[in-house]
Design a protein around this ligand. Structure first.
Ligand code: ZN
Length: 323
């Protein structure tokens, strides 16, 4: 981590400033050390360059495995595509100029595919993840001067409310125990006039019925075994491309149909292993935006991709309610 991250990072318990003790440096990076809160006496270790506000990956351990195994697959700078760039734009609708000089929160940073894009556009990016994915992200993008990473829980983020100009959470909130609460937490971190964008799984149509059934089994299997099982998606892809049989197979036992075999393997693993996988309809998520005082809510192609602009600080809103 970099010292200037302390301009933004605070104690997740009491939201006070933190004191840094550095034991090991590499240039501007503190590799080992600790953060201490003088107010509530909480201490947080810095391990392998990342401050750790949680001790374990909790319910998100599958993502820790996933992003360390498939660390570079989805990174534009590593795979030579602009897939992450396009995916980020498809969720947010934000232009390059929106990022320049902006303070940005990536809630559920994974291996850092979207944070890399935001950083390239000139934003100061803070990426958090509950899991050990932060280790993968640190290797990928942690040394960039405008990227800051932390292993932290969306429920208790090391930020004050109203901190960020832009916040996005792409494919993350539906993997938390209560996505509505998670949404409210991320929304609270956005400042008035700032924007929030999310991507969530949708439950339009019957497609999820069979996967929900299979996931009752697959979420209980060891991750190493699931890594082997989902390997089958690589050759099955060719069978699934057949006209009628393929459609039937995809309905009964969906796999990723990404042309890149590593991406296909990763996506299939990503579908069947996470402990939580909630699905939503547009009106529900629209209400979440509204109830967090977001307006100008936009709906983008491909459910569920939405963004909105925050119109009023939560404290102002609370005072208005009391009046
Ligand atoms: Zn504290």
């Amino acid at each position: 981590m970099k010292r200037n991250a302390l301009n933004v990072l605070v104690c997740p318990v009491c939201k006070s400033s933190l004191l840094l003790t550095a034991d090991e440096h590499e240039g501007p990076e503190v590799i080992t050390g600790r953060l201490h809160c003088a107010r509530c006496d909480s201490a947080y270790p810095i391990v392998r360059g990342v401050p750790r506000f949680v001790a374990t990956g909790s319910y998100a351990t599958s993502f820790g495995r996933q992003w360390n195994w498939f660390r570079t697959v989805q990174l534009d700078s590593k795979n030579g595509t602009d897939a992450s760039e396009r995916a980020l734009r498809a969720v947010t609708g934000w232009q390059d100029s929106d990022y320049a000089g902006a303070l940005v929160l990536d809630a559920g940073v994974g291996a850092g595919r979207f944070a890399e894009c935001a950083a390239r556009k000139g934003a100061e990016v803070f990426g958090i993840d509950l899991s050990a994915a932060t280790d993968a992200a640190y290797i990928n993008i942690g040394r960039l001067e405008n990227v800051h990473l932390a292993q932290a829980d969306i429920w208790a983020m090391p930020f004050r409310e109203g901190t960020f100009d832009l916040a996005y959470s792409i494919g993350v909130l539906h993997h938390t125990p209560d996505p509505r609460v998670a949404f409210d937490k991320v929304a609270a971190a956005v400042k008035t006039g700032g924007s929030l964008a999310v991507y969530l799984y949708d439950r339009h149509g019957p497609d999820h019925v069979f996967t929900d059934f299979w996931r009752r089994i697959t979420t209980r299997l060891p991750h190493a075994l699931m890594a082997v099982v989902t390997l089958l998606a690589i050759p099955l892809y060719f069978l699934y491309r057949l006209p009628i049989l393929g459609k039937l197979l995809h309905f009964v036992l969906p796999i990723s149909m990404e042309p890149d075999w590593r991406w296909r393997w990763l996506d299939t693993f990503d579908w069947y292993t996470p402990k939580y996988q909630w699905k939503f309809l547009y009106p529900e998520v629209f209400r979440w935006f509204r109830e967090n005082s977001f307006r100008d809510v936009e709906i983008f192609d491909g459910p569920i991709r939405m963004s909105g602009v925050k119109t009023c600080h939560p404290e102002v809103l609370a005072a208005a309610r009391r009046a």
